[in-house]
Ligand binder design. Structure first.
Ligand code: ADP
Ligand code: MG
Length: 624
């Protein structure tokens, strides 16, 4: 029988480190949070080699007394709470007293600090948990924590780390969250000697959001605010003309802490229902302030998740706040200039409801055009929404559909064959004799046709998506995907994390015909592009691909990644439910149906077609 024994503190600390310090970005989060808790008005973050070589966080906060330095790096030692009761009134970001101890266990950590009332600073060095004696040092008021060679003594953890660029992307994301939660703090970030961000303190949130996410987006953010009892909600939600392929641009700050909350994400999606295409996620930056005892922050080691006492009420507050705001003049005026002059009537509930309906109708009207080839035209200008609006009245051109077929001769039906091929002879005369109809389009989403077997109902989007997917995959695997060099490479501005992800996935993207190159700080150049996707904007496509890359969390293997991107691209490029098709387009689609390898299911696993057999119909009509 094994004996039970107390683990040495170094093992305890390594276990804690495993929970709290996953990668260099976790260190940045913990150290910046300590600086905020110390009342700093300036925080400087310096990173070497994605944080593997060096992470340094300097603040001008309250500092630590020399005799307290050893305690600061001891485990379960904190100045922030006294007893268990305090756990339910936490006012600071930290309270577990584990971060410095954990970091010191798995790196060489140097802690320098000086309080306002001491003449000189003191320094403490810890190597792999082994403390050196505290000594004097010269330093400004505040604290500097330097972390060298993170994970040097935990090779397994180190092995899980990704490229410098990816790790730096995560560091930048951690930095972003703290800097967004604390706009009045001057924050800077440097990597390998280069300045990444220098954010002066601001009173208003908007300029800081603009620094991180671009001023174009900042211009289209809508201010929202509400109060429900002691709970105050404020922040910005993006105009529905902006959206992303994942929930990554949904930032929620609870009492100054960045959190993830599924229910609140759901409330956001609900609020935008009808305004965004399915599969698109709203963009929002929201702050919630509530008394500390209304929320439990001690449910997750890094406190990313919290538990609300009145989760349902908060959900309703968020949803209600956004809905009410979306009914108001700004959004409506922006989306539908025709009703602009009536904006003043928006406070009238009946008129408001009417406006909402118009808005939804307008939004729906935009949907077919979103992925249609008109994108090209709108790339240059800012007024993307306006371009869409002018295009909705013109019939949809099925350019991606046709393009995808032309270059591969073995798949390409002869033009005159196409018509014949696409016409499974209707057995009844319902279709009429005048012009041959391949299938009847109903509800602008289903194609009804017949075969020997019976009646077939086809989901136009699912079928087209499947065809495109099979085509793309065959070509990508055969190395035959044509890509088209852009005459002028298109610069796409991304966040540092996104830039890193895009550059990291360069070879997979190249396989898909998308060539990206680094270009300045937070910009990548798209220099070539899959020819069959000529109808889509390279910038939009790249942003969606990057969202997918970052959204997964785990590192997918290369094949999964490729497959997922193929699904995404075929879904984007395919005609949509709601697109009205011309007879030629229907014929072309049905002709291609026989050529795809497995057209019964779209790549998402939904069926592309349902067959009602003749026997079944006869039975239903009581003919047998
Ligand atoms: P926690 O933040 O949960 O208390 P840490 O291990 O992060 O635990 O820090 C331990 C203690 O060290 C803190 O409670 C605080 O008293 C002190 N400390 C850490 N960083 C700083 C800093 N930048 N400025 C002032 N004091 C700090
Ligand atoms: Mg802390």
């Amino acid at each position: 029988m094994a004996t039970i024994h107390q683990l040495p503190s170094s093992v305890v600390n390594k276990i804690a480190a495993g929970e709290v310090i996953e990668r260099p970005a976790s260190v940045v989060k913990e150290l910046m949070e300590n600086a905020v808790d110390a009342g700093a008005t300036r925080i400087d973050v310096t990173v070497g080699q994605g944080g593997l070589e060096l992470l340094r966080v300097t603040d001008n906060g309250c500092g630590i007394e020399p005799d307290q330095l050893p305690l600061a790096i001891a485990s379960h030692a904190t100045s922030k709470i006294q007893d268990a009761d305090d756990l339910f009134h936490v006012q600071t970001l930290g309270f577990r007293g584990e971060a410095l101890a954990s970091i010191a266990e798995i790196s060489r950590l140097v802690l320098r600090s000086r309080t306002a009332n001491s003449a000189a600073g003191a320094e403490l060095e810890v190597v792999g948990g082994e403390q050196q004696p505290v000594g004097p040092c010269g330093c400004a008021g505040g604290t500097t924590v330097e972390v060298h060679n993170l994970f040097y003594n935990t090779p397994v953890r180190r092995k899980f780390l990704r490229s410098t660029q990816t790790e730096m992307g995560h560091v930048a994301e951690a930095f972003t969250r703290i800097a967004l939660a604390n706009p009045s703090v001057h924050c800077t970030l440097r990597h390998n000697g280069r300045e990444v961000y220098d954010l002066p303190p601001v009173e208003d949130w908007l300029p800081r959001l603009g620094c991180f996410f671009g001023h174009e987006l900042a211009r289209d953010l809508i201010w929202v605010e509400s109060r429900d009892g002691d709970v105050v909600l404020d922040g910005y939600a993006a105009n529905p003309s902006h959206s992303r392929a994942s929930a990554r641009l949904q930032y929620v700050f609870l009492n100054g802490r960045s959190i993830r909350d599924r229910a609140l994400q759901h409330a956001l999606s609900e609020a935008y229902r009808g305004l965004l295409l399915t599969g698109r996620y709203p963009i929002a930056f929201l702050r919630i302030a509530m008394p500390a005892d209304m929320v439990d922050v001690n449910v997750h080691p890094t406190k990313l998740e919290v538990r609300f006492q009145e989760a349902g009420r908060l959900y309703s507050q968020l949803l209600g706040t956004l809905r009410t705001k979306f009914l108001s003049t700004d959004l409506t005026a922006r989306l539908t200039p025709s009703v602009e002059h009536e904006a003043a009537a928006a406070h009238n509930p009946a008129r408001a409801e009417q406006l909402r309906e118009e808005l939804v109708r307008w939004a729906k009207g935009q949907l077919p055009a979103f992925d249609a080839p008109v994108h090209r035209a709108s790339q240059q200008g800012q007024a993307v929404a306006l371009d869409f609006r002018t295009e909705t009245s013109t019939p949809l051109e099925l350019v991606p559909l046709r393009r995808s077929w032309q270059p591969v001769s073995s798949f390409e039906p002869e033009d005159d064959e196409l018509a014949a091929d696409s016409l499974p002879e209707p057995e009844s005369s319902l279709a009429g004799a005048a012009s041959p109809v391949a299938a009847l389009q109903v509800h602008n989403r289903y194609l009804v046709t017949s075969s020997e077997e019976g009646v077939i109902v086809i989901d136009q989007h699912a079928l087209h998506e499947r065809i495109l997917y099979e085509q793309l995959r065959a070509r990508v695997l055969g190395g035959a995907l044509e890509s088209q060099n852009l005459l002028v490479p298109e610069p796409v501005s991304l966040s540092p994390a996104e830039t890193a992800a895009a550059l990291d996935a360069r070879d997979v993207l190249a396989q898909l015909g998308i060539q990206v190159e680094p270009f300045g700080r937070d910009t990548v150049l798209v220099s070539s592009y899959p020819a069959m996707l000529a109808g889509l904007s390279p910038a939009e496509l790249l942003k969606d691909v990057v969202d997918r890359l970052l959204g997964g969390g785990k590192t997918p293997d290369r094949r999964d990644l490729l497959d997922e991107l193929l699904h995404m691209i075929s879904c984007k490029a395919a005609i949509k439910a709601g697109d009205r098709l011309t007879a030629e387009e229907i014929s072309a689609l049905l002709a291609q149906r026989h050529l795809a390898q497995d057209t019964h299911h779209c790549p998402h696993g939904r069926p592309t077609a349902l067959v009602f057999t003749r026997e079944e119909l006869d039975r239903q009509f009581k003919r047998t």
